[in-house]
Each structure stands twice: as structure tokens, then as C-alpha cells.
Design a protein around this ligand. Sequence first.
Ligand SMILES: Cc1ncc(COP(=O)(O)O)c(C=O)c1O
Length: 354
Amino acid sequence: MKPPDFELEEWFDEYETNVEINLSKGYIQGLGTSRFNTSIDKLEYAAPTAGDIELREELGSRYDRSPEEILCTCGAQEANLIAALSILEPGDHTIVVLPTYKSITNIPSVLGDTTTIELNPPDWEVPLERIVASITPTTKLIVMDNPNNPTGKYHEQETIESIYEIAASEDIFLLIDEGYRAIVSEPYDPIAAFGNYGVSIASVTKPYGLAGLRFGWMAANSHIIERATMWKNHTTISPPILSQQIAHQALTDQEDDILSTHRSLLDQNANRIKEFVNRHELQWHPSETSTAFVKIPDSYASGREFSIELVEKQDTLVVPGESFGHNQYIRIGFGISPEILEQGLGRINTLLNS
Ligand SMILES: Cc1ncc(COP(=O)(O)O)c(C=O)c1O
């Protein structure tokens, strides 16, 4: 089976190790280990392999679910893979909402038929009538992310409620990658708290600045989690034990401190991005996360052309919108220090003025 292209990760691989100013990452700048207790007796498999029971109790309480309805994984990425494997049977159809992070779409599309629903600029609203019209007798799953990567849009609660009602009434699961949700200032309930048909995916990567831990989880009904646990035995068995220990601290005692620090960093940086796009009269949707999806001037043939010129002439990396199917856009990641952001915007400014 040919692996689908993943332009975003390929772009990172090509450029990010050699670039001076990196505005390409979607997550918040990494925390160091010094604030965490990292001492551990034995580097064994974590037991139980579904994840530490106390941690799953804590996570479960956020979804109004029991620990048996939570599975800890290696990042949201693994959770997205095994959730799709656990829900879909041969012949099942999936509705995918784009733009989004590629693996969310690619995995269902190698497992079966998919129909794509496009969010469109400038508001990136979900066209509910298109979802309804795309449902077939074999539709088993709707997948999307919320908040959205790359736009940073957090869909209105009523929109998500409507999609959930449409899905549940047709016996369809609604899987939402909520990896950015914890960074939003006033998040409403996650989808797994809506009922039996809701599946939530999340991780400590984005809001907590802990991408390198590779620690995430999924929340769903116990039947799905049972199947996902069987799939996990075939992928990574248990979560990495040291990552789990650090994630536990980040998600409990240290959570308020980490999230409030990161929220105020993003507020400050989002204001700076807003000034920048307004001054250059560029189109974007105000972001509630750490990424801004910005339309580039028509004088550039494509986001890729713009991004290559920026990296070659200004040693500054953003992500071409082509990675998300929108070739007149670039994605600017602003989960970085205000000083680095300032330098990066200065270089984009130089390119725009040249
Ligand atoms: C929506 C979304 N899901 C999943 C991932 C991967 O996250 P993780 O590091 O938790 O595996 C990303 C990374 O950019 C993402 O944007």
C-alpha cells in the first residue's frame, strides 16, 4: 500500500534543521525537563499499557467518562490512527472536513471511501448542509479538528452540537482532533462529553509545549476503546513511561501554570500578528490558537513560491498553504518568544516590500 503524501512533514524535514528563524511550527515552544520530576526507577513498559490509571481517571473526568473510556497513546497522531482502525470496517465511508492536518484525512482515505467537505475563506464555516448531503448508507465516521489547524478557528459550540446531532441520528461517529482545545481561553465541552458517538483526540503537544514527549490520548465509548487498545498492542504497546510521568505532572499540578503562561504568550503574539496582517492588508481569520493562516499578495504565484523565497533570501521558515490545499496562503506559527516572532515578521516585511 503506497503511503499518502504528507507535504507538511516533508517540508519540515527539508528545511527546519537549517533555518535561522522558524515560524513554521504549529505548537508552543518546547518546555525543558528542569521543571519536572524525571527520576524513574526502571525504564520498563508502562503498566497498565492503556496508561496510568490515576492519569486516565483525571483525563476521564474531563469528558465525563470512566478510565476505561480513555486510552493513552504516543501523541494525537497514534490516537488518530488507531481510532480510525477501531471504528471503520471494510466498506465504510468517512466524511472528512478540510483543511486540516493531513493524517486526519489520509488514514480514513486509505481505509475506505471518503467524501471531502471544504471549509472556505474568509470565515472557514462548516457547511452543515454539505455534511448532510454527503451521508450515504455506509457512512460510519465524520472526522475534523477543532480548533482548526491551519486557520486557528474554534468553531462555535452550536456548530459542533449540530454536527453531533446529525451524526448521532444517523448512527455515525464524530471524531474531533481537539489537540489545540486546551489553549483556547474559554473552551466548551469536548466532543467525547457529548455522548456515545463522540470521539475526542488530544495530546500535550500543542497547548503544553511538550511535543517531544509524544504523549496523547483518546476518549470514546468503551467498545471503541477496547478495540483501540487491541490495535495499540500492535503499534506501540504502552505509552513511553518517562513521557507519561512528565505528562502526568503537566496535566495535574502544573497545568494551571503552564496553560496560563502559554495563553498570555499567545494573546500577546496574536495581537502582534493582527497588527502585521492589517498593516499589510493581508486576509486572515483571527486565530484562537498558535497558527495564523494568511493569504499572500496576488503578485506571488503561490504560497510555496513565497515560502521558498522567504527561506532562501531571509533564512525564515513558514509553511506553504499547499500543505493544506490552499495555495495562496502561508501558515505562520506563533507559539514562540515575542522576540523571535518580531524578527521573523521583520523578515517577512522585508520580503513583502522588496
Ligand atoms: C490537528 C493535529 N493533530 C495531530 C497532530 C500531531 O500531534 P501529536 O504531536 O500529538 O502527535 C498535529 C500536529 O501538528 C495536528 O495539527
